[in-house]
Ligand binder design. Sequence first.
Ligand code: 13P
Ligand code: SF4
Length: 304
Amino acid sequence: MIPVSTIADKIKELKVKRNAVILAHNYQRGEVQDIADFAGDSLGLSQQAAKTKADIIVFCGVHFMAETASLLCPGKLVLLPDEHAGCPMANMITIKQLQIKKKEHPQAKVVCYVNSTAAVKAESDICCTSSNAVKIVSSIPKDEEILFIPDKSLGGYVASKLNRPMILWEGYCPTHHRILAEHIIKLKEEHPHARIVVHPECTSDVIALADHVASTTGIAKYCRENDAREFIIGTEIGILHRLKKENPEKSFYAITKLADCSNMKLITLEKVLWSLEDLVYQVKVPDTIAGKARTAIQRMLDLS
Ligand code: 13P
Ligand code: SF4
């Protein structure tokens, strides 16, 4: 096996030669986050993609994220280092199912979590991410009906925060649903002074126990700025790399090590290098849906 430092050096060299930028989600393997030009949450990554001057974007994340980058940068080459890195939640709704649901609720505005395919986004009115979902839903007049897709947990969280009923799709993140309230209660007994910080993709009973609920970048910000020395973390465990790196003097406890997204972990340093060498795997949204999908994302960015 080639040493990590050699691979990282080769990536850096090739990145300059190809005028590429490497974007990594906060759940990526530590060594992948470390070679990235920017690591962040879904919103931050799409904002970075939209403003980059690079010719190539190597997206270290899952397919819908690379698709979003491609929609925002139609002239650029967007690469996903492993073509099988998908998001199970995004696949819990199909375009056909959504069209049927829209017929049942013809007046409803469709708010679509960014964890969805471009085709589903194209059938939606506006997109949101975990960091702006409350704001996006608030921007829709109170008397309008809302169909929130595909995450019932994020949708339920927003509905309870705004005290506003919404029609929720039955999708969920299998990784976040492995985090259980009983795990938190046990950890809190062991670390009574720790703050509990969770992602809104968690179930409502987990969210009810939290001191703070936020996107992955929101979690990182809270842990940086809060005076507490210990934190119980309820999201995918890849984020612990960033939290420990940014706060070496603080302690972080994953609620469960089972919250490990195998799709996110498909991206390795070697695959990032091969991606830059062979320009694989190219992600491009067909023109037939790109325009409408882009509109839903752009509406969100304009409000963010
Ligand atoms: P954020 O990083 O936007 O909070 O998203 C979490 C997630 O599950 C992405 O798949
Ligand atoms: Fe999808 Fe959940 Fe993995 Fe995020 S953590 S990519 S929502 S399965």
